[in-house]
Design a binder for this molecule. Structure first.
Ligand code: AMP
Ligand code: GLY
Length: 420
């Protein structure tokens, strides 16, 4: 099987590594890829917002499957373009990706599907926003309706900050979703869907705030671990039955079947499981820890999903133990990351065979590895216990030097108990 993967983050790097472990995968080409992926596969520059170029490249390379990593090409219609050319695509059409592209649309589908989520109000002006903020009370949750790379959500005790975010979104012609605050630990579960059948992967937890103890602004994600030793054994089955399958059924009923990763961001509240959001793709950094532990050949799984053949797919197999991922971010991230800073120590970290350093915002400039984005590297470690995986990941991080960079020091800390 010949596969083209679209994207340039650590998520695409780990997907590429997992695809290359599949004996049925003959070759992988990445577009545009990054400096880390270039060490594994051929990388071809591309504008990921241009669905036509993605289609042209897939046709030219005569690939059997295209895997689309990020949401931007999906919303630009990459899957529509590939479907029209008869090329199997793992990733939803623009119409199905709208569950991520519009939070208001997603709420509507959840309501139809009977999926439990936060009560919410869609607002288009100041007066509506004020009423909604007072209806739901503090802490306030205000979400930009459209795509915002994980940074469009403000959760705050401060009503004026909540209102300022709403006004900001209105000023560029957008709408916001204001909703009730969901209290409880967060869990990410990825459902692999072929449009009819959905298979859940093992759960992960992501750390979205930039600073330790969940302080500071939201980011794309600063670290993750999987599986979750504290999570009840039936949660994955319950989420499949009550969240993933109803959404897949409802999207099919609407004539816009969802093919790809249905990513459920969940809050484990005292009142039960509630959906915080859906995304239309693998999560980053959760994918680094989830796919690192997958034994089942990934190419075969994604091809089966892209071609409507998941119904009879064998049960997934996982490595024992745990994986922990720590993101190293450039100085100034998330507000204004400093680019072009030199990076060293990746080989030293990877001298441990249970550590992989996935690249995100990196590039080679005149032979030197430098930062080219906010989240720079994703240091991922595996070990028999969560404690060991955590220690190993942080040991890897100490080898990496990037002036002014930062990382969270508390990834997976609270989940580490004496017997995990
Ligand atoms: P989203 O982009 O919708 O995933 O939101 C980003 C982050 O904001 C989530 O991972 C949560 O940490 C937080 N968040 C979003 N919605 C809520 C909510 N209703 N209650 C509490 N926290 C939320
Ligand atoms: N880790 C959060 C996301 O991928 O949206």
């Amino acid at each position: 099987m010949k596969i083209l993967i679209i994207g340039s983050g650590a998520r695409e790097h780990v997907i590429t590594s997992a695809l290359l472990r599949d004996p049925e995968v003959e070759s992988v080409v990445a577009a545009p890829g990054n400096a880390g992926m270039a060490a594994l596969v051929q990388c071809i520059p591309i504008d990921v917002t241009d669905a036509h170029s993605i289609g042209e490249l897939a046709t030219k390379l005569q690939v059997d499957l295209v895997v689309v990593g990020p949401e931007v090409p999906l919303m630009a219609g990459a899957a529509n373009e590939l479907n029209a050319r008869g090329i199997p695509c793992f990733g939803p059409t623009r119409e199905a990706a709208l569950i991520e592209g519009s939070k208001a649309f997603c709420k509507e589908v959840m309501a139809e599907a009977g999926v439990a989520t936060a009560l919410a109000q869609v607002c288009t002006n100041l007066a509506e926003a004020e009423i909604a903020l007072d209806t739901f009370g503090s802490p306030h949750v205000v979400k930009d309706d459209g795509l915002a790379a994980g940074k469009g959500v403000v959760v705050t005790l401060d009503r004026s900050e909540a209102l300022a975010h709403a006004l900001n979104c209105f000023s560029v012609g957008g709408m916001v979703v204001i909703e009730e605050f969901l209290d409880g630990p967060e869990v990410s579960i990825f459902g692999i869907s072929d449009g009819t059948t959905v298979i859940a992967l093992q759960p992960a937890q992501d750390f979205k705030r930039v600073g330790d103890n969940d302080e500071g602004p939201n980011t794309g994600g600063m670290g993750a671990y999987s599986p979750l030793p504290w999570l009840g054994e039936n949660v994955v089955a319950e989420v499949t039955e009550r969240v993933l399958q109803p959404m897949v059924d409802e999207m099919k009923r609407r004539g816009t079947p969802f093919v790809g990763v249905l990513y459920a961001g969940l809050a484990m509240t005292a009142r039960g499981i509630r959906v915080i959001e859906f995304n239309a793709r693998f999560g980053d950094p959760e994918t680094q820890v989830v796919l690192s532990r997958l034994v089942t050949p990934l190419g075969r799984l994604l091809y089966a999903a892209a071609t409507g053949q998941l119904k009879d797919f064998a049960k997934l197999v996982w490595h024992e133990g745990y994986a922990v991922n720590v993101v190293i971010a450039a100085q100034g991230y998330p507000a204004k990351p400093l680019l072009g800073t030199s990076i060293s120590g990746v080989e030293l970290a990877e001298a441990d065979p249970f550590i992989t350093v996935f690249h995100a915002g990196t590039e080679l400039l005149g032979g030197e590895l430098v930062t080219s984005g906010g989240r720079v590297l994703s240091v991922t470690a595996q070990a028999p216990t969560l404690n060991q995986a955590r220690e190993r990941a942080y040991a890897g991080v100490t080898h990496i030097e990037i002036a002014g960079s930062h990382f969270r020091s508390d990834i997976a800390r609270n989940a580490c108990t004496s017997d995990s």
